[in-house]
Each structure stands twice: as C-alpha cells, then as structure tokens.
Design a protein around this ligand. Structure first.
Ligand code: NAD
Length: 498
C-alpha cells in the first residue's frame, strides 16, 4: 500500500462543517515507521469544544435527528456501514501510516468494523419499554428508554477506528449525539471517517470531532455542562481523573482502561497452540493493546518446553514496514511510548528478571528510522516485580511459573487490573473452574484476542467501568424513564404517598 506522499492537512468537523481550530494552530502527526511528520492536525481549544457541544445539543433536541424514527436511524447507520466497507482499504492505509498498525491486521479490522453499525443499527428499533404490572388501583405505568444526551467519546492512540466505533455505534442507535476527541497522536483516521459521516447523510451536529490534547480539549469536554455522558478509553490515570470530573458534574461515565492480563498454561495444555496464543497476545499490534497477555503463568513441568518453542517462533517474527503485508511486528506508535517501553525493560533488568530475548531497540535494516523494539521476553519473573504489575503497553512478556492450580489463580488475580485472561488446557474441569475463578471481564479458553460486536467487552477493578459491544452496551447510552397514569375517578388522599 503506498504512503500518503506529501504532508496532509486536516480540519476538524463541527456542526457538519470542516473548520480549522479557532486558534488557527495545528500540530504534527507522525508516521511511526519513518519517525517523521506526515499530517497536520488542528489544535483545538475550549472554544471549539463549546461550539461542538452546542452543535451536538442542537442536533439532539431539534431538527432531523431529533425527529427521526429509530428505524430510520438504523437505516442511516447501515448506509454508513456500507460506505466504510467501500473505503476499507483507504481507511486501513491511513491508520497504518498514522499509527503503525499492520496493514495485514487493519484490512481485516476495517473490513469487520461495519458489523458494529449493522448490529447496533438493527438494535435501534428493538429497544422496548415495558408495561409494569403495577400494584395500585386505577394506575397504569410504563417505561421508556431515552437517549442519555450529548456524549463525549474520548479515545486512545491504539486502534482509533475500532475503539471509536465501539462508542459511536451504540450511541447512535440510542439516538444520542456525540463529540469525539481522538488521541492527539492518531487523529487522522477519525477525521477521515467523518467524510463518510457526511456522505451517509447524518444531520449536522450529530457527530462532531474536536482534535487536540487531553489537558485542554479533553479537560474542557469532560467538565462541560452540556455533556451528559463520557465514554472514555485510555490509561488508568486519565480514567481516574475523568471519572472525578464526571462525578463532579453528575455525568454518566464508562471507562475502558488498561490491563496486565495473564495467560495461564496448565500442564495438560497443547503447548504448540499455547505458544501461538501467547505470541498473538503480546507481539501482535506490537503489544500495544489493552488486552495484551503480558504475563504468562506456566506450570513448572512445562516451562522449559513452552519457553523453547515460544522463543523459536518469536524469533521468526518479521519486523519492518507495517504497510507490507508480510510484516508481523511493526513500530511503536509514539516516540514517548518507545522511550517508556525501554525504561520498563531497564526496570525489569534492575529487578533481577532474566532477559532471554530482545530487550533492545531494533537495529534491523528493514526497520529504518522507525520506533522499533525487539520482541522481548523476561523469564524468572516474580509476580511482585513491577514488570509483572505495571502495564508496559509494548512487546514485553513476563514469564512466571506455578506449581498448583490454586496458585495460578491467585497469581493471575494478584494485580490491580481485571481486563482479560487466557487459559490453555485440555481439561474441561480446569477450563470451567478457571473461567469462574479468574477475575477479568473476558476469559479466553484455548484462544486469545478475539472480539466481536456481539460480545460484551470491558474490565473490572482498575480496568474500568461498563461494557462495550453486545446488546447491553446500548443501555449505557439510554436513560430509563418511568411514566405513571392515573385513570381513576378522583385523586386519592393527597397527604399520603400512593
Ligand atoms: P491516555 O489516557 O493518555 O489518552 C487517552 C485519551 O484521553 C486521549 O485522547 C487523550 O488526549 C485523552 N486525555 C488524556 N488526559 C485527559 C484529561 N485529563 N481529560 C480528558 N481527556 C484526556 O491513553 P493512551 O496513552 O492514549 O492509550 C493507552 C491506554 O489506553 C493504555 O492504558 C491502554 O490499556 C488503554 N486502552 C484501553 C482499552 C480498553 O478497551 N480497555 C483499549 C485500548 C487502550
């Protein structure tokens, strides 16, 4: 796939119009493979947030979107899905250039994204209220589910299109309007998506995008009086701060945060499959995924066999230009993340973990000037070490051994996070027991890193609040209203509660 030849200049999308930031300023977005800027992104300010929230409020309360029947919203969403499918190759290439994700993964991902809009578009006209069998004479009561209102959707730099979709699809189906704020490191694909929002025919103001930094644009959004709900994906510290802002304004909030997910390899596991599953959990997407299976808990009797096969496979990983279909491990998305991963590697070495692979920036010629780190494996890690407790968000695996099943569950759960876990076993008893005992929002058994529009996704503990995808996700964007009607002949005693 060719790269965009010259520097591309983007505008943000507010009230159905393409506009520059009110400051007139912009900033660079970098191609992680070349390490050079390739796009200019508007540097919005709180004044732009005001305009975007006002546009979203107008669209929510007046005009075509507010008047639209849920079935019509569904139709519009399906049209949008078809346009994404039509332009999948283009969107994938933009994401690769801006983020460094592999073209091989992005083609599949963008090809799959329309399913979220089909699924939630189909759900839009199936959200039914209920008639309550109320226990009071001459009274009738029913429930209505109404859009929660204006949603601020804030996304991180890994998987911008997919994570935006996880919020956008259920919010639109629910009848909400949105202000999106993509990561300052990877705003381009979200802005490209807005061209299709326009072409699909969403009324102005239903979906707006402001670009810029967390401290000013993000802060202005999460404290804005006109925002009713914040749907956030990002790091733990930002999530904690945003939750505090939400509480101060009594806004609804959902948080998809980080993880330190365990992959548990029992002695009866098919080791060849477990090896592939662990590779997919930690080296796919260069480990820059919230669900990275960054801790392997392996039974001591199969440790040597696992490690030998794992290293043999990991060493074949082809690094290089993410635009090449054959590349298997791409660059780290940002220079600051590149430095952070290296500092985590140094920390692990200082703590006494044994580096058995990688542990250094890549000097392979095919990696050019990009921000590449060699796939890294630490053996003899103790779960109490910081390398086993802190999210690295890079291609760094910690290997820890256990003797008994109970010990494996205790180690897996001994972390602040609770996003995901993997189990590798041939035993049905172990599979069911582990699925019950592991404290995580998702448990994969003899597989890893599978997601679907049908499958609820989210974390417990410090990994977040709420679930995205799956039917219930729409209720995060709805409020339940109860309506009472009295059809009796006269009002009862007004001094007592009915
Ligand atoms: P980040 O928290 O630094 O930034 C995420 C977004 O929040 C960005 O758009 C940023 O500009 C914005 N932001 C930052 N500070 C803000 C503030 N004070 N107010 C409002 N907005 C603010 O995260 P990141 O480094 O971009 O992403 C990596 C993190 O995201 C990792 O911890 C990863 O685990 C997590 N993540 C979680 C999931 C999930 O579904 N659970 C998915 C992907 C990534």
């Amino acid at each position: 796939m060719p790269r965009q030849p010259a520097t591309k200049t983007y505008q943000c999308f507010i009230g159905g119009e393409w506009v520059n930031a009110s400051t007139g300023e912009s900033f660079d977005s970098f191609d992680p493979f070349t390490g050079k800027p390739w796009a200019r992104i508007p540097k919005c300010a709180p004044a732009d947030v005001d305009r975007a929230v006002e546009a979203a409020r107008r669209a929510l309360e007046h005009g075509a979107w507010a008047a639209m029947h849920p079935s019509q919203r569904g139709q519009l969403m399906r049209r949008f899905a078809d346009l994404i499918a039509r332009d999948a190759d283009h969107l994938a290439a933009i994401e690769v250039q801006d983020n460094g994700k592999l073209i091989a993964e992005m083609r599949g991902q963008v090809g799959y994204i329309p399913q979220w809009y089909h699924y939630f578009g189909g759900l839009a006209d199936k959200i039914e209220g209920g008639v309550l069998p109320i226990d009071k004479p001459d009274m009738f009561a029913y429930t209505r589910h109404e859009p929660v209102g204006v949603v601020a959707a804030i996304t991180p730099w890994n998987s911008p299109l997919l994570l935006t979709t996880w919020k956008l699809a259920p919010a639109l189906a629910a009848g909400c309007t949105l202000v999106l704020k993509p990561s300052e490191f990877t705003s381009a694909s979200t802005l490209e998506l807005m061209k299709l929002v326009e072409e699909a025919g969403f009324p102005p103001g239903v979906i707006n995008v402001v670009t810029g930094f967390g401290a000013d644009v993000g802060e202005a959004l999460t404290t804005h009086k006109g925002v009713d709900k914040i749907a956030f994906t990002g790091g733990e510290a930002s999530g904690r701060h945003i939750a505090q802002n939400a509480m101060a304004g009594f806004k609804r909030v959902s948080l998809e945060l980080g993880g330190k997910s365990a992959q548990v390899i029992f002695p009866d596991a098919d080791i060849g499959n477990a090896v592939k599953g662990v590779v997919s959990g930690i080296f796919a997407a260069t480990g820059q995924t919230c669900i990275a299976g960054s801790r392997v808990l392996v039974h001591e009797s199969v440790h040597d066999q696992f490690l030998e096969q794992f290293l043999a496979l990991a060493k074949t990983a082809q690094m290089g230009d993410p635009m090449e279909r054959t590349t298997q491990v791409g660059p780290v998305t940002t220079q600051s993340q590149f430095k952070r991963i290296l500092s985590c590697i140094d920390m692990a070495k200082t703590e006494g973990a044994e580096c058995v692979m990688g542990g250094v920036p890549s000097t392979r010629p095919e990696c050019g000037d990009g921000w590449f780190i060699e796939p890294t494996v630490f053996d003899r890690v103790k779960n109490s070490m910081r390398i086993a407790q802190e999210e690295v968000f890079g291609p760094v695996l910690s290997v820890i051994t256990f003797k008994e099943d109970d010990e494996a569950y205790a180690l897996a759960n001994d972390t602040n996070y609770g996003l995901a876990a993997g189990i590798w076993t041939a035993s049905q008893r172990r599979a069911f027991t582990a699925a019950k005992r592991l404290k995580a929002g998702t448990v994969w058994t003899n597989c890893y890193r599978a997601v679907s529009y049908m499958a609820p996704f989210g974390g417990i503990k410090h990994s977040g609040l709420g679930r995205e995808s799956g039917q219930d996700a729409i209720y995060d964007f709805l409020e339940t209203k109860c309506v009472w009607m009295d059809y009796g002949p006269a009002q009862a005693n007004p001094f007592v509660m009915r």
